[in-house]
Each structure stands twice: as structure tokens, then as C-alpha cells.
Design a protein around this ligand. Structure first.
Ligand SMILES: NC(=O)C1=CN([C@@H]2O[C@H](COP(=O)(O)OP(=O)(O)OC[C@H]3O[C@@H](n4cnc5c(N)ncnc54)[C@H](O)[C@@H]3O)[C@@H](O)[C@H]2O)C=CC1
Ligand SMILES: CC(=O)C(=O)O
Length: 315
């Protein structure tokens, strides 16, 4: 551990650089080391970010990094992954992303790092499991961003539809961050008042339609500009803050299930208390039978697809 808050970011593309910008503006990190295989991009971003730090209230020391930097890091963040340009199903990226984990995580561990690893790399639920397997770390030290972005999209949708402030909407998405995600309507509320009081057309068709809209949002953004990156950058920042400041915040992380929500042995998006030890406790909110069935199917899909990752890990 460093004397302040040292973050090592691995992967400096759209997502990594947006996170880096959010992080230096937050003043949370005393030091940020950036590692990418594109050394020109890595150096260019470091120099650009250093200029940006001058006008922040608490300037972060930003530098190009090596895996040795992980030795005294307080947090390692993975934002590498396949380009989003042609994304149609995140699960198609399993082999490429698993190979990145195999290429990097042993070096993080060899440097002596044994803290929390936070990741956004897609497919994030499967890749969290790959990072756990390759690192050998306790399961709670691997924290994926899970359905935090899907949850933000669900809340945004409900705020627009109900014409209320998004801060007052409490609605969650669980399961895969991807095509089998599950919007939990049964306990969606506005400061404790059921969402049905504000939107009267909620039947199963409407739920499916909105579920589709939330899932499609990523693809629409990618069509417009090649990647989604601001939303996930702020999700990563919220997790970073919760871990570095030991906030015990409940965030929709990819966490390792051990019987919660009637499933076990895999990482997926569920409400989780996040603190300095990572995913400290999974919280079980009530879900209805329909949502449970969708969640079970999502877990089944993730388990099936993990076999592709195993081919890379065991190569
Ligand atoms: N979990 C979520 O909610 C979201 C996840 N993502 C995911 O984030 C990942 C990154 O997306 P983008 O930044 O748009 O991709 P990008 O293609 O812009 O950046 C990826 C970066 O990773 C670097 N990289 C590749 N292999 C590496 C290695 N072994 N070591 C270090 N760096 C390496 C590349 O050089 C590149 O700079 C993707 O998997 C994407 O699907 C994106 C948005 C939301
Ligand atoms: C790309 C991606 O995973 C998202 O924006 O949801």
C-alpha cells in the first residue's frame, strides 16, 4: 500500500481514459499509473491528464506505469478489452478478453499485489470469474462493475417516463451485464412508493419492451460514436470511491454467488456492499418468480459461456 491512494489502471482506451479523467477530477487518488500495450497512447494520455490536473483542487500524480507499480498500489483497475466497434453480444469477446487477463494478471500478482481488482472488461461477469481463477485471489477481492450501468440506464428511463428526478428512483438490474440482464420491476420505487403509482401501464409486455430498450442503449451509443465510455467511467469511479474510502456503499457489482438468489459458483450482477475489502456482502432483495426465472436463465448462460474462457485459461 502507498501512503496515499495509488491506483494502477490497465487498459487506456475509451473506457480507461474516461475513467482516468474522472478520477483525477475527483481528487480521490494521490497517484495514477497507467499501463497499456499502446505505449504512444499511454504517454499521450499521461501528458494530457497532467495538464488537466493543474486546475484540479488536489492534483494527482499521473505517470506511465509498469506492473511493478502494482506492488504498492491501493487499487488495480482493468479497463482493457476488445474494441466495442462491432459489439453485438458481449459474450463474443470472452476469448480475447480472457487472453488479456492471462497476459497481465500473473504480472500483477508477481509484483506482490494482493488488494482488490476492479474491472469493467466485457463480458464483465465472465471476466471477473477468469480474473479470480488466474489470480487465485479470494473471490471477494475481484469486483466487476456488473449491472451498475444497466441500473443507471433503468433509473434514467423511469425518471423520464415518470417525469421525476432520477435521484429519487430506486430500481435495479441484476444478472448478466449483457443480453440476459434482468430489470427488477417488483420492488422498483420512488422513495419507497411503488413505481406503479407513477407509471400505470406496467404489464409483462411493457416490462419486456423496457428491458430491451435498456439493453439496446449500449448498441445505440456505439452506433453513434464507436463506444460507450462516460457512463461506465462514472460507475468505475463510484466503485473506486467505495473501495478507497471504505464507504460500504451498495452497488450493483459482479459478485461471486454462493447460494444467493438460488445460484452459486459464478460472478454476476447483484446488490453488494462495497468497501476496502472489495465485495464485502451480497444483499438479497426480494424478486418475483418471473424475475427469478430470468435470473436463473442468465446464470445458466454465463455458466455455459465460461467454458470458452476455460479453453484460454487451460491452454
Ligand atoms: N462493463 C461495462 O459496463 C462496460 C464495459 N466496457 C468494456 O470495456 C472494455 C474496453 O473498452 P474500450 O475502452 O472501448 O476499448 P478500446 O479498444 O478503446 O481500449 C482497450 C484498450 O486496452 C488495451 N489493451 C489491450 N490488451 C492489453 C493488455 N494486455 N494490457 C494492457 N492494455 C491492453 C488496448 O491497447 C486499448 O488501448 C471492453 O471490454 C468494453 O466492452 C465498455 C463499456 C461499458
Ligand atoms: C459496452 C457496454 O457494455 C455498455 O455500454 O453497456
Amino acid at each position: 500500500m502507498s501512503n496515499g491512494n495509488k491506483v494502477v489502471l490497465i487498459g487506456d482506451g475509451f473506457v480507461g481514459s474516461s475513467y482516468a479523467f474522472a478520477l483525477i477530477n475527483s481528487g480521490l487518488a494521490t497517484e495514477l499509473a497507467i499501463i497499456d500495450i499502446r505505449k504512444d497512447k499511454e504517454l499521450a494520455d499521461v501528458n494530457d491528464l497532467l495538464d488537466a490536473t493543474v486546475l484540479t483542487s488536489s492534483p494527482t500524480i499521473v505517470k506511465t506505469g509498469t506492473f511493478e507499480d502494482c506492488k504498492d498500489a491501493d487499487l488495480v483497475v482493468l479497463a482493457y478489452g476488445n474494441s466495442q466497434k462491432n459489439l453485438v453480444n458481449r459474450l463474443n469477446d470472452i476469448k480475447i478478453a480472457s487472453q488479456m487477463v492471462v497476459d497481465t494478471i500473473p504480472q500483477v500478482v508477481e509484483a506482490g499485489y494482493d488488494g482488490v481488482i476492479l474491472l469493467a472488461t466485457n463480458p464483465v461477469d465472465v471476466i471477473a470469474r477468469v480474473v479470480a481463477e488466474v489470480s487465485g485471489f479470494p473471490k471477494e477481492k475481484i469486483v466487476g462493475t456488473g449491472t451498475s450501468l444497466d441500473t443507471a440506464r433503468f433509473n434514467q428511463y423511469l425518471a423520464l417516463e415518470s417525469k421525476l428526478n432520477v435521484s429519487d428512483i430506486n430500481a435495479y438490474v441484476i444478472g448478466e451485464h449483457g443480453n440476459s440482464s434482468v430489470a427488477v420491476w417488483s420492488n422498483a420505487n420512488v422513495n419507497g412508493i411503488n413505481i406503479r403509482e407513477f407509471i400505470d401501464k406496467i404489464d409483462d409486455d411493457y416490462k419486456d419492451e423496457v428491458g430491451e430498450l435498456i439493453r439496446d442503449k449500449a448498441f445505440k451509443i456505439i452506433k453513434g460514436k464507436g463506444a460507450t465510455h462516460f457512463g461506465i467511467a462514472n460507475c468505475l469511479l463510484a466503485f473506486t470511491k467505495a473501495i478507497l474510502l471504505d464507504e460500504k456503499r451498495v452497488l450493483m457489482a459482479s459478485s461471486y454467488l454462493n447460494g444467493e438468489y438460488k445460484n452459486k459458483g459464478l460472478y454476476t450482477g447483484v446488490p453488494t456492499i462495497i468497501g476496502k475489502n472489495g465485495a464485502e456482502k451480497i444483499l438479497e432483495m426480494p424478486i418475483d418468480d418471473r424475475e427469478q426465472k430470468m435470473f436463473d436463465k442468465s446464470c445458466k448462460d454465463l455458466n455455459e459461456n465460461y467454458k470458452l474462457a476455460l479453453e484460454v485459461i487451460n491452454k
